[in-house]
Design a protein around this ligand. Structure first.
Ligand code: NAG
Ligand code: NAG
Ligand code: NAG
Length: 185
């Protein structure tokens, strides 16, 4: 009898240990922090050097660094230094910079690969958030990984849902970034 109740206890203990190590999805997928920010990209087009915030730095053979290449821009790499704002207005006071690159890496549709950081410097947020992932531009909502952070975002991880909030030809686009952290410290 004593042996039996202790084995029940051991079972219960093991069960609790395992279930706390693998929380149910419902709990696991509740964000610990949520942030919505916008960033604005003005692509250099040969005439807007003063205002441009991104530059094509690589182009496939036969194309140049002024105009994105034909065929879904495949082979282009652009580097950007874009203002981040709290709302969708390009002229709002920036709270930081979105800096990094996008690579057009798909031959049969518009898809880019993003690798960039948000460097935030405002009264509410100080620190960086680092993003990586495939960006199938033609789809309304795309998820990319939030792989880490520093400062206020020390060791944070999560997923960011991005959508192209505005698009003006090949010269301006604005991305809305809905950041959900699932790991906060
Ligand atoms: C650059 O931005 C300023 C301020 O928004 C604007 O007045 C000007 O027309 C822009 N210049 C170009 C070349 O887009
Ligand atoms: C770049 O390529 C575009 C499209 O082919 C062309 O119209 C433009 O003149 C080229 N610019 C330069 C500086 O070569
Ligand atoms: C952040 O903003 C403050 C105040 O504008 C400025 O003094 C400081 O140099 C900025 N820090 C960075 C890392 O840009």
């Amino acid at each position: 009898m004593v042996a039996r109740s202790s084995s029940v206890l051991i079972f219960l203990f093991v069960f609790l240990a395992i279930s706390s190590a693998f929380p149910k999805n419902k709990d696991k997928y509740k964000p610990c922090k949520h942030l919505v920010l916008f960033f604005h990209d003005i692509i250099y087009n040969g005439q807007n050097a003063a205002n441009a915030t991104s530059a094509i730095v690589a182009a496939p053979q036969g194309s140049n660094l002024t105009i994105l290449a034909p065929n879904f821009h495949f082979g282009n790499i652009a580097v950007f230094d874009d203002p981040i704002t709290l709302d969708n207005n390009l002229h709002s006071k920036p709270i930081g910079r979105a800096q990094g690159m996008y690579i057009y890496d798909t031959k049969n549709t518009f898809t880019s690969w993003l690798g960039f950081s948000f460097s935030l410097n405002s009264t509410d947020y100080q620190g960086t958030i680092n993003f990586i992932g495939a960006d199938p531009i033609m789809i309304k909502y795309r998820d990319i990984s939030v792989v880490g952070g520093t400062g206020d975002f020390f060791m944070h991880r999560g997923v960011a849902t991005i959508d192209t909030d505005s698009y003006e030809g090949e010269v301006y686009f604005r991305l809305k970034v809905d950041i959900k952290f699932y790991e906060c410290w």
